[in-house]
Design a protein around this ligand. Structure first.
Ligand code: GAP
Length: 434
């Protein structure tokens, strides 16, 4: 791990167009980030990999996309209005704000030693008003988790898809929390994206499915290339459990700022369905037509953060390698995550025949792979640029290509080069990438 790894990742993200500070030209909105051209590709690839593994590769999970704004009663029933609090204290001298849970000494400011105010409860939900009049009758919340959009649609799924237990619903979407202490780049922000599965199971089998989801989700990160020594499972102590959970295990990544949560897998019991049934007056029980029984299923919830995962994959893939007298920075992202798969580079940009050949090869490859064409520098510089954004293969068209109709293929990780016939390039890349 290079020293100051996170500083280097942040600098690379800005330099190459992965992640920018939000509203930077106005001095920036603190702890809010925008994904640039490479960042959005990486993020979309990550979400696609998740959706593929939990929806397309299974027969028992359906996708969903619920609205961010929901009936305010949802948040009463879910317990968020009453329980979704952090305790905070302010320093009377330097005015800094702290989460009480992070303070060793609850009376003294850890920054300046000043006196801290009494800890005050602070609800993390963003509140706004629906419609033109801002009064108490039209308060509405920005959802702090995507999960509730699934629970309130439980009956709709039963009625439209008639699934049998166990089955799940998966959703990716934005959530909002007015965090007291956001920070560590995109790790803790007030606007973020979640990937959540709510998996409905017979209550007596909840422990079994809980354990198997912990394994499945842990292995998903490993399968996409996270180093095993940087990933661990951490079961929650009883004092840490959320108000709805009976058990929870976090999957944590070894960030340079310490082991931190990427995803939590929780046994939410029948808390949510019961609460919504009681609050809405609708029967949200499942009918088992074999046993002729109606009951509330338990819910196992693997809930991960898109932004946190992107950050972990970036940090894990960042390498600095000595190449002769130079250092190359390379992002060794998994092939499914790399924002660009192929770059086509003409060796000499002042030779129109070479440029034309390279452009037409790029145009052809674009039909099958995410491919870029770049002729804006000398070849060494172009390779370095592609290494920094994780491009898997660079294809170079040179003078010889005009005669032998071959190009040089360079592998990102090994830097090995080989000559391939142009009419075999597509097949070669398909074997490597698909
Ligand atoms: N529905 C359950 C739930 O929301 P959580 O542990 O509060 O559980 C799940 O959140 C995941 O969402 C976390 O593991 C994390 O990856 C992500 N997440 C939560 N708060 C976040 C924040 N402020 N910034 C970025 N990601 C966050």
């Amino acid at each position: 791990m290079p020293e100051n790894l996170m500083d280097k990742v942040v600098a690379l993200c800005k330099r190459r167009g992965f992640i920018f500070q939000s509203s930077e030209i106005y001095g920036g909105l603190s702890n809010t980030w925008d994904y640039g051209p490479y960042g959005v590709e990486l993020k979309n690839n990550l979400k696609r990999a998740w959706w593929g593994s939990v929806v397309y590769q299974r027969n028992d999970i359906f996708g969903m996309d619920a609205a961010i704004l929901m009936h305010p009663q949802v948040w009463q029933a879910s317990g968020h209005v009453e329980n979704f609090f952090d305790l905070k204290s302010d320093c009377r001298s330097c005015k800094k704000r702290f989460k009480s849970a992070d303070l060793a000494d609850k009376k003294k400011c850890p920054e300046c030693g000043g006196e801290l105010t009494e800890a005050k409860a602070f609800n993390l939900m963003f509140k706004t008003h629906q419609g033109p009049v801002a009064d108490d009758s039209n308060v509405i919340y920005m959802r702090p988790e995507t999960a509730q959009g699934i629970f309130v649609n439980f009956a709709n799924i039963l009625d439209s898809r008639h699934p049998k237990l166990p089955f799940g619903l998966a959703q990716i979407g934005k959530s909002f929390r007015n965090e007291i202490t956001p920070g560590n780049f995109t790790f803790r922000t007030r606007e973020f994206e979640q990937m959540e599965i709510e998996y409905f199971v017979p209550p007596e089998e909840a422990d079994k499915y809980y354990a198997s989801w912990v394994e499945e989700r842990f292995n998903w990160y490993l399968g996409l290339g996270i180093k095993a020594e940087n990933l661990r499972k951490r079961p929650h102590g009883n004092d840490e459990l959320a108000h709805y959970a009976r058990a929870c295990t976090d999957i944590e990544y070894n960030f340079s700022f310490g082991w931190s949560e990427l995803e939590g897998i929780a046994n939410r019991t029948d808390f949510d369905l019961k609460q919504h049934a009681q609050s809405s007056g609708k029967d949200l029980r499942y009918f088992d037509d074999q046993k002729k029984e109606r009951f509330y299923p338990y819910i196992i919830e693997p809930s991960g953060g898109v932004d946190r995962s992107v950050l972990a994959f970036l940090a894990d893939a960042y390498y600095e390698e000595k190449v002769k007298d130079d250092t190359r920075v390379v992002l060794k992202l998994h092939k499914d995550l790399a924002p660009t798969k192929v770059a086509v580079l003409p060796l000499l940009r002042n030779r129109p025949e070479i440029v034309e050949m390279a452009k037409s090869l790029a145009a052809e490859l674009k039909k099958s792979f995410i491919t870029v064409y770049d002729d804006t520098g000398a070849i060494g510089k172009l390779y370095r640029r592609q290494d920094e954004v994780g491009t898997l293969y660079c294809l170079t068209v040179d003078v010889q290509s005009l005669e032998d109709k071959q190009v040089t293929v360079r592998d990102r990780d090994t830097m090995q080069q080989e000559r391939i016939a142009i009419d075999k390039v597509k097949e070669y890349l398909s074997n490597k990438l698909v």
